[in-house]
Structure formats: C-alpha cells, structure tokens
Design a protein around this ligand. Sequence first.
Ligand code: ACO
Ligand code: LMR
Length: 273
Amino acid sequence: GEVRKTTNIVCTISNDMGEEPTYVGIPISEIMKDYTMGDVISLLWFKTLFPKWATKFIELVLVTAADHGPCVSGAHNTIVAARAGKDLISSLCSGLLTIGPRFGGAVDAAAINFKRACDSQIPPDEFVESLKKKGQRVEGIGHRIKTAENRDKRVELLANYAKQHFPEMGTFLYAKKVEEYTLQKANNLVLNIDGAIGSLFADMLKGVGKYSDSEVMEVLELGGLNGLFTLSRSIGFIGHALDQKRMKQPLYRHPWDDVLYAEPERPSRLANG
Ligand code: ACO
Ligand code: LMR
C-alpha cells in the first residue's frame, strides 16, 4: 500500500489546507461572527475555548497593559529606534527586546511562584525570605514609580473584574499577602502589573474547571503569559513608533549633562605574557 512520508512538522492549532483556515477546528467565518480576540487567544495559545468571563479577562489584560507612557524601557527603545529612521518592525523589535525579568517579562515566573507557594501553603514571609536567601527577587513585586501611597490602579481594576467574575482568587490573594510583607521592607515593593496578571491568570485557569492544580502549573510552565504582556505592549510600542514618525522627530542623542562621565585613569599595559 501507499506509505505516507513522515512529516518534519506537526501542527495541532490551525489548518490552512481547506477552503478557509481553521483555528482548532473552527472555520474563521464562524470565528468572525461570534468570537472575540480573547476567544482566539484561548484557542490558538491554549487549544481550548475558555468561558466568556475568562476570555473577557484576557482582553482586559490586553487593554490594561497596552501602554504605560514613553518613559518605560521598551517604549523608550522604540522611540529611539524610530527617531534613528528605522522602520516600524525594527522599532517595535527594539522595544520588544527589553521585555524580560525586570520589565514586563516577570508574568510567567510570578504566576508559577505565587501559585506554587499558595498551593503549598507556604507563609508569605517564608516565601519572600526563602527567595532572598537564594539571592532571587520576588517576581511580580516592585515598581520604579508605584508605591504603597501610589498603588498601581491597573492592578486594582483587574482585581475588581476578577472579584465580580472569577470563581476563585486564591493565588491573587496570596500575592497580595506577599505584597503586605514586602511593603514592610520598602515602599515600592508593591504587587505590580506583571504579578497581578500572573496571579489572576493562574486563578482564571483554575476557575475554568478544566484543570487540576498540577495541570494549571503545566499550562503556566509553557510560558505563554509573558506573551500576553508582549502582545499587549506591542500595541503601545507601535503607537510610539508611529507617533515619532508622524511628528518627523529627528535623530535622538542623549544629552551630555544627563551622563556622569566616570572614566578611570588610563591603564598601563599588563606586563605578564
Ligand atoms: N523582590 C525582592 N527585593 C526587591 C525586589 C523584589 N521584587 N525589587 C527590588 N528589591 C530590592 C532590591 O534587592 C534592592 O535592594 P538591594 O539594593 O539591597 O539589593 C532594592 O529593593 C532596590 O532595588 P532596585 O533594583 O533599585 O529597585 P527598582 O525600583 O529599580 O526595581 C524592578 C524595580 C526592576 C521592577 C524590581 O522591583 C524587580 O526586579 N522586580 C521583580 C521583577 C518584576 O516583577 N518585574 C516587572 C515589573 S512591572 C513591569 O515591568 C510591567
Ligand atoms: C508598567 O507598565 O508598569 C511598565 O511599563 C513599567 C514601568 O516602568 O512603568
């Protein structure tokens, strides 16, 4: 009989072979009628169709994290690249490359760490101190401009939505207890937007009723949540690149008086060898 050649690639999320593309088996003509962007993310990222309250939450995350002004590291990079005459994609990529453990890329680790500690009922102070002993920061805690007196409104708004719609909020409430403890150490060690998205997303996954706690951890370990921040903030970065182009802003050069020039004494060549 006929032997099918082995394929190099396996794809389980979409198909472009038929008359119209499908996302996890659903033709896009149907998707266009009744489905939202949150539903599409649910399908293509998590291969499942979350309930409406959950896909609405995904959309609220996209809206909430889309921009935080021109001064954040990614928007700044985007602006500098756009002003150097780079095209939109390059300017966007320049911004995206700053997303990492300090900026916007702490969502996955925050979700995993808060959920693991919460499920294992580790007291929040012990959780923080054990990370400190290992020389690690608490992912999802800390902000450059947000403080105990000037909390991040976005965190409150997302939590308010969750209070109204989520079946459970255990991981988020645990993260808030961690914040209570870290705020005793320093005023800016607030629960930040990465930490809020991560902990709420862990609760959302549990709340949809499909996964056990260990299966929620498996989904989180895929690392998709930093993608959520990245997707969202791309909207802002593109906005900043277009903003600069529209205004025909010239090449950016950082002002001298904002740099402390601290060259050491001229070294003499080492004698050895
Ligand atoms: N956990 C424990 N200690 C912390 C944390 C944290 N998350 N953040 C800051 N500290 C401590 C530092 O150890 C430092 O103490 P040290 O000087 O004795 O080492 C002190 O607070 C000041 O640290 P800085 O780096 O100066 O604080 P900064 O305000 O610059 O840091 C930042 C802000 C980068 C967000 C930091 O809090 C951090 O790394 N947080 C964890 C990662 C994270 O959640 N990033 C996402 C931020 S939100 C976003 O980008 C959308
Ligand atoms: C944020 O959205 O909080 C980030 O862009 C970090 C910042 O410095 O504002």
